[in-house]
Design a protein around this ligand. Sequence first.
Ligand code: SIN
Length: 341
Amino acid sequence: MPPPSTPAPTRRRCLQLAAGGLVPLAARTWGAPSTTVRLSHVVARDTPKGMALERFRTLTEERSQGRIRVQVYPQGQLYGDHDEMQALQLGAVDMVAPSLSKFGPIGFPEFELFDLPFLFDSLEAVRRLTRGRVGQTLLQSLQRQRLTGLGFFDNGFKHMSANRPLLEPRDFVGLRIRVQASRVIAQQMRAWGAWPVTLPFSETRRALERGVVDGTENPVSNFWTQGMQAVQSDLSLTAHGYLGYAVVTHQRFWESLPAADRRLLQGALEDALVFGNEIADAQNDKALAALHLTGAAHLNSPTAAQTRLLKNAALPVHGELAARIGHDWLRTVHNALQKTS
Ligand code: SIN
């Protein structure tokens, strides 16, 4: 029963909101939480990742009636790319959601398959991998470092930005391009004639502004929410690669929780990641529409012939990864992609 002092229409509204999963802060009467989950990530709140993790927070707090609190630290407020995994290992945070490109340098090169240029032709193709045996194998592999992988989710396809159009390999020649710490992405940039420069996400905009690097790659939502359009004149819609994430926790933290809480968190996360995947396209489309509307950057689209040139030049990158992580593993990936296409 709601407290007698609550007027009936307000009570009804609260119940309606609760049914829709949107209880306003002021209506909550939860006591102090008994468990807190500290979750760190590097992008803005209004990106696909930021919104999915906020949804995880809301669902967890509602379903546990405030007993489990999720504290989300966005925009690298707590930790950046280079130290968030270490923070997780040390127990300074409880969950992180790095891009899949950031697992290679910490001992999981198999994850770099997601960075292969032009591997996926749609987000559905990505899901054939992440929801199948390949995805399960990758999540299980994290146990090598006592990590527990809880799920994958999307941002979207990456495009190229610089102070000129980047539509075919000759446009890249001599440019310094910021990349994530992925050998595959670095090789891709070299294959196109550019110099890859590895930088944390949180330093990218400033590095572009100061001319430390000339360009970068990212989905439109990350480009727009970091205000990169103020320091890059051109966004070229190359859609040459995928950016997605894995949510990871440490076994020490995960196993310290009662089984029922693990189930609750896992359920809330699964629903939040479904939500994240549903809105990812829309968030990227919204950012693209905002760029169109404001005219803040020139938007360039490659012709089919230019895309073919990018694709052909990047082919050796696939072979180089196969040599590092095993031809069999990549064959499994290609078979999984073909089976259901
Ligand atoms: C992210 O979306 O988490 C950041 C991607 C990047 O470092 O470019």
